[in-house]
Design a protein around this ligand. Structure first.
Ligand SMILES: Nc1ncnc2c1ncn2[C@@H]1O[C@H](COP(=O)(O)OP(=O)(O)OP(=O)(O)O)[C@@H](O)[C@H]1O
Length: 259
């Protein structure tokens, strides 16, 4: 496919070079003897327009970190800034609105609504926001579905699509509103290797071709190899940050454990 997506302006790109920033982030689940320290003081800066993978063993805090960064979970202490906005300063309604406008999500289980067509699923964020589609939105939609190779599947229900196609619909839904950040939680966990490669390749293209910022949680070394940066967690702490690591560096960092 030769088509490229046109860049969207990022509103305050001059003001903050980081799409997301966490400072001294802690998250404790439960209390007293049952308390689980899922994050133990995470400092992290995620630059705009890059593809970052978050890796680490099971239970190391990857999902908790992603949920705190995305405003789906509240940190016990510390703070998260997304495009310069401190999430702790927002009340519930403002946080919901902020998430809807600034953040896209892709989940392992696709999370498409089964009774809606692919196109209706992709346009759901506009319905939820009570927003009518502009001409520019329509143009962006056509570009995205063309690049994702699902233009001829828009009238189909999710049950009529393969797993890879369903995940591409989910990615289109996450991208259609031009979010400042796209979070992907094990996006290839339910896909075979061919469909995984397609999905990862598209996530990478969305970063290269229209400056999307993507943060992906994965435990697969092959998936992390598509990222520009890799953040490795062990026991609730960032133990390593790597820029375009080799497969060997990556494997060693994930095996490595806390230092
Ligand atoms: N709601 C919760 N209540 C209690 N403990 C929790 C809760 N959510 C997560 N935890 C604990 O926090 C720690 C970090 O969990 P988290 O799901 O963030 O890790 P993860 O690296 O994403 O793991 P996995 O790769 O298995 O999904 C784990 O010990 C987990 O059991």
């Amino acid at each position: 496919m030769s088509q490229t997506l046109s860049p969207d302006p990022v509103s305050d790109s001059v003001a903050t070079p980081f799409a997301a920033r966490a400072r001294a982030l802690t998250r404790v689940h439960g209390r007293g003897e049952a308390a689980v320290h899922a994050l133990r003081g995470v400092d992290l800066e995620l630059p705009r327009g890059r593809f970052t993978a978050i890796m680490g063993p099971s239970g190391s805090g990857k999902s908790t970190l992603m949920h705190c960064l995305a405003g789906l979970d509240q940190a016990t202490s510390g703070n998260v800034e997304i495009t310069g906005t401190d999430l702790s300063g927002l009340d519930d309604d403002a946080l919901t609105r902020f998430r809807r406008e600034q953040i896209g999500f892709v989940f392992q289980s696709f999370n498409l609504l089964p009774m809606l067509t692919a196109e209706q699923n992709i346009l759901l964020p506009f319905d939820l926001a009570g927003r009518r589609l502009t001409k520019a939105d329509r143009t962006r939609l056509s570009e995205i579905v063309e690049v994702l190779g699902i233009a001829d599947r828009l009238r189909h229900l999710p049950s009529e699509l393969s797993g890879g196609q369903q995940q591409r619909v989910a990615i289109a839904r996450a991208l259609v509103t031009s979010p400042a950040l796209l979070f992907a939680d094990e996006p290839t966990g339910n896909l075979d290797s061919e469909a995984s490669a397609e999905v990862l390749d598209f996530l990478r293209r969305s970063v290269r071709e229209f400056s999307q910022t993507v943060v992906m949680v994965t435990h697969e070394l092959d998936a992390a190899a598509y990222a520009d940066d890799v953040v490795v967690l062990h026991d609730g702490r960032v133990t390593t940050q790597l820029r375009r690591p080799s497969a060997e560096q990556l494997a060693a960092a994930v095996r490595g454990g806390a230092r």
